[in-house]
Design a protein around this ligand. Sequence first.
Ligand code: DAH
Length: 354
Amino acid sequence: MDDLRQKYLAAINSADDEAALEDLRVAAVGKKGEVSLKMRELGKMTPEERQVAGPALNALKDEINSALAAKKVALEDVALDARLAGEWLDVTLPGRTRRQGTIHPVSQVTEEVTAILADMGFAVAEGPQIEDDWHNFDALNIPGHHSARTEMDTFYMARPEGDNRPPHVLRTHTSPVQIRSMLEHGAPIRIICPGRVYRADYDQTHTPMFHQVEGLAIDKDISMANLKWVLEEFFSAFFGTKVKTRFRASHFPFTEPSAEVDIQCSWEGGTVKVGEGDGWLEVLGSGMVHPHVLRSGGVDPDQWQGFAFGMGIDRMAMLKYGVPDLRAFFDSDLRWLRHYGFSSLAVPTLHGGL
Ligand code: DAH
């Protein structure tokens, strides 16, 4: 019995998983295990022998069972320790920061401009950036020989060899959307069109791609007075301060009369401040829509009249947010974007403030 005891206790002690323990349990105290077989032999013993052997075998069985149980717990502890070591997680470590993108100033200002003018009842219209020359020029009263075609440094699209129709252009302004909108919706109409435009020009204040917003309001009795009110309201809301405007007589083929509009500003210390001082800054072109243009848009100039204006969005962004060089807008320099960009959650609204 001592041999059995030593054999099993030693084996249990050095078992290294639960499967080995189970094998040992079957071999020792299972139905056909060595200890169980010995117990069956008790029947063949004399009563005296049985009195000694019986309790000793029971004690051995108990001892083996509790050794098995203790070893099982020990093995579980080891397994748990190994898991804890392997899956250790320091919840006190600082979180990993994720880089957040920013909203580009051009997008932000487009939203601001749209919020202000939408509040005045202007709907947003869109047109293609690749435009045919009728919409970009002729329909806007800019005939083939007109100097505006060359002055605008137009980008022309190539036609296949032998195709002699006039080439398409990258639209040089957002004005063609006036025509498209009138043809689609007729009069009365009140729209703005923010979008990309293209001209072959490159210096501190010009890039070959830039942004404009076009405005158009046509009804029975719309006049220059309405134009002036809309623009003054617009600038004051946009810059967050009362801004005086100055209308200077000018010429555009698509308006008659035409006016260039300046806003009040000061130039002190090399920086422009809008809404103060006695300087002026030219910011847009405007006027009463020319009868030819109304007719191109399918609108009868004997019944309808109204104003139009065109303004540079990038220019507005530079002025409002103090950006000195337009070219940096389109360099995709991350440091610039992080500095001048806006939080994606700071959606411009009139009630939230611009
Ligand atoms: N299309 C002109 C440009 O790009 C801007 C402009 C001037 C638009 C007068 C207008 C307008 O609607 O009435 O230079």
